[in-house]
Structures are given as C-alpha cells and as structure tokens.
Design a protein around this ligand. Structure first.
Ligand code: 13P
Length: 252
C-alpha cells in the first residue's frame, strides 16, 4: 500500500510570521489525518521557525529546492541539502517547473540535486510535467519520460523509497485549469511504466506519484480516486489553512 502524500508548496508567498500563522492554524485541522503524510514547503527563511513550531505534530516541512553542491564552501546564495535537514526539513522539492522555466533548471541539475538531497537523508519530491505546446503537439509522454530518465538516472534500489514524483502539467499550474482525473491517471500510469523499465516492478509499485496543478478542495477526491494518483502537490489552495486542510481531509 502506498501512503499518500499531500504537500503544500508555498512558493515565494509568505513571510516568517505569515508562514508560522498558517502552519499553526493548519496543525489542529489535520491532526487526525493518518491516511496521508502532510507536508508544507515554506520559503527557506521560514523553514527552521516553522519546523520548530510544528515539532511533535504530524505536519512535516519541505524545502522548495536545494543546492547541487554537497561540499560546504564558496557557493554564494546556495543552501546545501544537509543544511536544510539541519533547519528541520524532511523533504526537498526539486525540478519544479517554475525553476525549469525561469531559473535554468535542467535534468542534469535536477539529478544532482536529487542525489544531494538523498545524501542528506531527505525525501525528494521530483517534479516533472509538460508545457501546453508540448501536450498539443502530442509530445507530453516523451517530455515527461526524458525528465524522469534524466533526473532520476543512476539511483540505487536503496534510494528509491525516498523518491516521490510529482506530475505537474505546466498548463495546469495556477491557471485554474486542472487536468481531468483521467488525463492525470493516464500520465501517472505512464510514469509508473517508465519507472518499471528504469528500475524494477517493485520500485514502480511502491513509487508515490503526486498530481499538481490547480488542485482544490472540490477536485481532490476525483483525482485521488484514480489508481495511480498517490497524493497532491498544491500551490494556491495550500496558502490558506482551511482550504489546505479540506484537501488533506478529502472525502475518502
Ligand atoms: P497551483 O496549485 O497554484 O496550480 O500550483 C501548483 C504547483 O505549482 C505546486 O507546486
């Protein structure tokens, strides 16, 4: 059985005070959510405070990115994965489409960040997803397969349980245009097939695949009813404690 993961990506929206306020409001609302792992990803500067304030709760904290570099040293502006762990993170998101589109993230840097995060004992949420033109040209699977093979090549069987894939079609992010549960399921099943080819049947069966892109309280149940959808990576609707809690506590 794959335990679902429902993660809120707070992107660059909240100050420390705002992050703590939302995290503390969320904590009691999801305290009984034993059916899934609940994760929030505040900005770097709020990570430690939020993680400290959530200690002892069932809400875990994720970084939104990490450095490709593992050796501490002259890398101005970078934050090493073990420093994120030190600040209280349990997960790191890597390869988000906003980083691929606007901050020169490549499959190669995703691969290096994934390894760095694994080496620091973090679980890694690796994001993949096609742009609208690529879907319209019929290239969605080819794009996602390339991102998976490029970002996750060379991992060992012991690494795989800490890998989570998030399928986020770029055309569905922040647009209000969710993939239909069937569209998402089709790609999730494809991702599992790629994983089977690259790794093993067992690793593919155990892989958690999250859907992201305009997930809301009113569409989460439909998405989660699909066989290969094992959770969600939520942007806008995770910014308010009550709407994120409604997603976590979806009607099962
Ligand atoms: P939205 O839920 O706002 O579409 O964002 C999705 C996302 O990018 C999560 O990482």
């Amino acid at each position: 059985m794959r335990k679902p993961v429902i993660a809120g990506n707070w992107k660059m929206y909240k100050t420390i005070a705002e992050s703590v306020e939302t995290a503390l409001a969320l904590k009691p609302l999801v305290a009984n959510a034993n059916h899934c792992e609940v994760v929030i990803a505040p900005v770097f500067t709020a990570l430690k405070t939020v993680a400290d304030r959530l200690e002892g709760s069932n809400v875990r904290v994720s970084a939104q990115d990490c450095s490709t570099e593992t050796e501490h040293g002259a890398h101005t502006g970078e934050v090493a994965a073990d420093m994120l762990k030190d600040a209280g993170a349990t997960y790191a998101i890597v390869g988000h489409s906003e980083r691929r589109q606007f901050y020169c993230e490549t499959d190669e840097s995703v691969s290096r960040k994934t390894r760095a995060a694994l080496a620091a004992n973090l679980s890694v949420i690796v994001c993949v997803g096609e742009m609208l033109e690529q879907r319209e040209a019929g290239d969605a699977e080819q794009v996602v397969s390339q991102q998976l093979r490029g970002g996750l090549g060379g991992l060992t069987a012991t690494d795989l349980p800490r890998i989570i894939v998030a399928y986020e079609p770029v055309w569905a992010i922040g647009t209000g245009r969710t993939a239909t549960p069937e569209q998402a399921q089709e790609m999730h099943a494809f991702i599992r097939r790629v994983f089977r080819e690259e790794h093993s049947n067992e690793a593919a069966q155990d892989l958690r695949i999250l859907y992201g892109g305009s997930v809301k309280p009113d569409n989460i149940a439909g998405l989660m009813s699909q066989e290969d959808i094992d959770g969600a990576l939520v942007g806008g609707a995770s910014l308010k404690a009550d709407s994120f809690a409604a997603i976590v506590n979806y009607n099962r």
